[in-house]
Design a protein around this ligand. Structure first.
Ligand SMILES: [Ca+2]
Ligand SMILES: [Ca+2]
Length: 501
């Protein structure tokens, strides 16, 4: 019995420290478990936070992407719409309430035709003796009294699900009172090519810079800039051909163009133009013929647009035109251009006003002129079959030479209240240096330095008419200063022709 008690006592005595040890271990394990649990929960919370953040960012990017795609498509639609009349407003612009276009019977729901007519008439005068030599544009006012600048019939519409078409038929009344008709543009454009591609084919204005492809009734001034007249011609650079464009898949609007067109005629003035037998840059020209594919006119262009803020848009472009000219064999012309267009259009504007636009274009022409001799028949004496360009009774000749000319214009239009726009334009054009032919024939007004300042004020009684008063201060080297004042009136028929602000 005693032994039993003793054993129990010993057992109890040894068990006491053992129980204490177990309790301590349990506490430790509990503590460790809690630590791991805390760490796990913390990590879980962090992961959840990261997942939420990533989801949010993904949503934002997806939204931005779809907005960009929409924006790009809108810009493309706008760029592909007829330049004028009847151009849809650029993305984000207010639309005038225009009537529906004419549906063509039998053309199916997909086809329609818009008809519009624009008349542009000017009156005024100038201190210049020869106003035709002063005003370089084919549609500029160019005589004292009245000038019918441009009567333009525009037909445009959707041909079928694959093409849209446009034709601009121009009537003009020249200084002799004769009516002149011009097939200014007539082209098809694809509307459903894949890979962001588009083809234009027919007779069309080359997409060189901004103003060249715009029709006169949409201009901010009564006459065209001097660089356009000197380098691209009085009637603009346009000819039959084909143009491919590619809308580059960038987050902003960005498009590449390449046109291949005929290089001859008065609508390609710096190229294969015979200048109607008149001397040009000290030479008689021959429009020649196309011997190879590279005798065509090639015109690449790149244009991009950015929204600088909710109220400001910037568009920049770079253009070039390459082709042979009519001054002789291996005689080519290169024209390069840069253009900038900035528009401010505040959110509070009403009916398109107020606004400010600022447009600038720079151009440079490199004209490889061939050698020329007045001894056309090559018999060494001046006879009836020769050309005495300077009338000095002697045979003159000029060497092959590179003629480099350049210039710029910059214009601001401020729509300060509904229907009223104030404009200011500065023009400058010059040659890089005096040419060898100028030493023989004297200074050439087609290359001489010249600048011009043109303030104007335009009143738009509605989107279908305008009255514009413009003053030009002209300064031509070797001629002097001239003052001109022109009043221009315009009316538009057809809802599609309406001005957009
Ligand atoms: Ca001769
Ligand atoms: Ca001579």
């Amino acid at each position: 019995m005693k032994l039993k008690y003793l054993l129990t006592l010993v057992t109890c005595l040894t068990a006491l420290p053992l129980a204490a040890q177990v309790n301590a271990e349990v506490d430790l394990l509990k503590q460790q478990l809690q630590t791991v649990k805390d760490a796990f929960e913390k990590a879980q919370a962090e992961s959840r936070r990261q997942i939420e953040e990533l989801t949010k960012r993904l949503d934002a990017v997806a939204q931005q992407q779809s907005a960009t795609t929409n924006e790009q498509q809108k810009w493309r639609d706008w760029m592909n719409s007829p330049v004028t009349p009847g151009r849809t407003p650029p993305p984000g612009e207010r639309t005038w309430s225009a009537a529906d276009p004419i549906r063509l019977a039998g053309g199916g729901a997909a086809s329609y035709l818009n008809i519009s007519f624009a008349a542009l008439v000017a009156a005024g005068g100038s201190t210049a003796k020869n106003i035709e030599a002063l005003q370089l544009g084919g549609h500029d006012p160019k005589q004292r009294g009245f000038t019918v600048q441009n009567l333009e019939l525009t037909l445009d519409g959707k041909v079928d699900p694959y093409f849209r078409g446009q034709a601009n038929i121009i009537l003009q009344i020249d200084s002799a009172g004769e009516t002149v008709i011009e097939a200014e543009e007539a082209f098809l454009e694809t509307v459903s090519l894949p890979w962001n591609l588009q083809v234009k084919a027919g007779q069309f204005f080359t997409e060189f810079g901004r103003l060249n492809s715009m029709h006169p009734h949409t201009w901010d001034f009564v006459d065209q800039p001097l660089i356009n007249g000197r380098f691209l011609g009085g009637d603009g650079l346009r000819n039959p051909g084909v143009r491919l464009s590619w809308l580059v898949p960038t987050p902003f609007y960005s498009e590449l163009f390449l046109a291949v067109q005929n290089s001859q005629g008065e609508t390609a003035t710096s190229f294969r133009n015979d200048h109607e037998g008149e001397p040009f840059l000290g030479r008689l020209h021959d429009s020649g013929s196309v011997k190879a594919f590279n005798d065509m006119l090639f015109a690449p262009r790149y244009v991009a647009s950015f929204n600088l803020s909710d109220a400001q848009t910037l568009m920049v472009g770079a253009s070039a035109a390459f082709g042979p000219n009519g001054s002789g064999p291996r005689a080519d012309t290169q024209i390069y251009g840069l253009d900038f267009f900035w528009k401010w259009k505040p959110a509070h504007q009403h009916g398109g006003f107020p606004f400010v636009t600022w447009q600038t274009e720079l151009m440079m022409r490199r004209y490889q002129a061939g050698a020329f001799t007045e001894d056309l028949d090559g018999d060494g004496t001046l006879g009836a079959t020769d050309a005495d360009l300077n009338g000095d009774g002697l045979l003159n000749s000029v060497p092959r030479e590179m003629l480099t000319d350049y210039g710029v214009y910059s214009q601001i239009a401020y729509g300060f209240q509904k229907g009223w726009v104030a404009g200011l334009r500065a023009d400058f054009v010059t040659r890089s240096r005096r040419a060898a032919y100028e030493a023989v024939y004297g200074n050439d007004p087609d290359r001489d330095q010249r600048w011009r300042i043109s303030p104007n004020l335009t009143w738009y009684p509605s989107e279908f008419s305008k009255v514009r008063l413009q003053y030009n201060y002209d300064r031509r080297s070797h001629i002097g200063a001239d003052h001109s004042i022109w009043l221009q009136f315009e009316f538009l028929l057809g809802a599609h022709a309406a001005h957009k602000f």
